[in-house]
Design a protein around this ligand. Structure first.
Ligand SMILES: NC(=O)c1ccc[n+]([C@@H]2O[C@H](COP(=O)([O-])OP(=O)(O)OC[C@H]3O[C@@H](n4cnc5c(N)ncnc54)[C@H](O)[C@@H]3O)[C@@H](O)[C@H]2O)c1
Length: 340
């Protein structure tokens, strides 16, 4: 089986690369290394079934050539992270819309099956108890760049669905809810690596807003196998599937859990959204998935508990160089902060 992963050098893409290589696939990663990096693939690089194309999904010829001959494509390449989207709205829109269109065209040409990776952000400010795939989207103004990620991913889904209905493209869509784990970077505003990094370095944990906004975190190692099972399931084509965690936690409680698990003595400080991003920044108060559709079709269960996820993220930061990349401080400062 020949699989192409766009964004395969990123956080989730690198875990997917490892998983597909373990399944025996020949894997081609297409990545421009903007937020991803070859070091994310360090354990996979010696595998002769892995090849890497350093290029952009905005380069149509490269996309067509890379996907030609593929059996299946996992489309993860995107501008990701609130901070990145707010700071670079134009290039983010281009990547997340035009890049996806190139990938869709190439999949039709190659007759490849596609998994399109979308996001729970598309539900916007809908705070329903359990968001189903049919829940309404409640988005702020498109002039607020924070919402352009959700807008672009929504367009991607609509494109994918139209390619399925008009061109017969075999495409399944997954909407990921706050997927976390080792190798996720905090540089673009991701809360778990940011707070864990701060805890390990002995710095204050910066919680945005009042900290009572809630999320459900899921472990990348639970999500990735479900993505593969879905692309192999014809009943998934033309449909969308929520993949998310089961435990709802407020961000301030997440910070306390991180302090407990890491043994850090860091204080928690609160930072207003306008200080963290820009005046008028809007966030979701709550985001809770109903993942029963993915459970029914492919048995998806977010089995890894939050404390275990935090432990694995912290362990990876301490054993890799990533802690030094996430901000000021060093690993030895981190060990001091933990009394080690
Ligand atoms: N991590 C999450 O919680 C989460 C939640 C919802 C959806 N997603 C989706 O999952 C996918 C992967 O996200 P991630 O968290 O691994 O982020 P990531 O930033 O680590 O991965 C994105 C990858 O895409 C690459 N990329 C960006 N622009 C590109 C371009 N023009 N051409 C080629 N490659 C390009 C980056 O270099 C990076 O390797 C994205 O589509 C994202 O929208 C992630």
């Amino acid at each position: 089986m020949r699989s192409v992963i766009t964004g395969g050098a990123g956080f989730i893409g690198s875990h997917l690369t490892e998983h597909l290589l373990a399944l025996g696939d020949e894997v081609v990663v297409l990545d421009d290394m903007s937020t991803g990096a070859p070091r994310n693939l360090i354990d996979s690089l010696p595998n002769p079934r892995l090849s890497i194309v350093h290029g952009s999904i905005l380069d149509r010829d490269t996309v067509m050539a890379t996907i030609a001959g593929a059996d299946r494509v996992f489309h993860l390449a995107a501008a990701v992270g609130v901070k990145l989207i707010v700071e670079q709205p134009l290039s983010s829109l281009r990547t997340n819309i035009h890049g996806t269109e190139n990938v869709l065209d190439a999949c039709v040409e190659a007759r490849a099956t596609l998994l399109l990776v979308s996001t729970s952000e598309i539900y916007g400010k809908n705070t329903a108890d359990r968001l189903t795939e049919d829940s309404d989207r409640i988005l702020g103004s498109p002039l607020k760049s924070r919402w352009t990620y959700a807008a672009a991913k929504g367009i991607d889904e609509a494109f994918a669905h139209a390619y399925w209905s008009e061109y017969g493209l075999d495409v399944a869509i997954v909407r990921l809810f706050n997927t976390v784990g080792p190798r996720q970077t905090g540089r673009y505003g991701m809360v778990v690596p940011n707070l864990v990094g701060q805890a390990l370095r002995g710095e204050p944990l910066t919680v945005y807003g009042d900290g009572n906004q809630t999320r459900c975190f899921s472990y990348v190692g639970d999500v990735v196998p479900a993505m593969v099972r879905l692309v192999e399931e014809p009943a998934a084509y033309g449909e969308a599937f929520n993949l998310g965690g089961a435990e709802e936690v407020s961000i301030v409680n997440l910070a306390h859990r991180i302090l407990d698990v890491t043994g850090s003595r860091s204080p928690i400080t609160f930072v207003s959204y306008s200080e963290a991003y820009a005046a008028g920044f809007e966030d979701m108060r709550r985001r809770v998935p109903d993942f029963s559709r993915a459970y029914a079709l492919v048995g998806f269960v977010p089995a890894t508990p939050l404390d275990e996820i935090i432990r694995r993220v912290a362990e990876e930061m301490l054993t890799s160089r990533s802690l030094d990349h996430e901000g000021p401080g060093t690993r030895s400062a981190a060990l001091d902060a933990r009394g080690a």
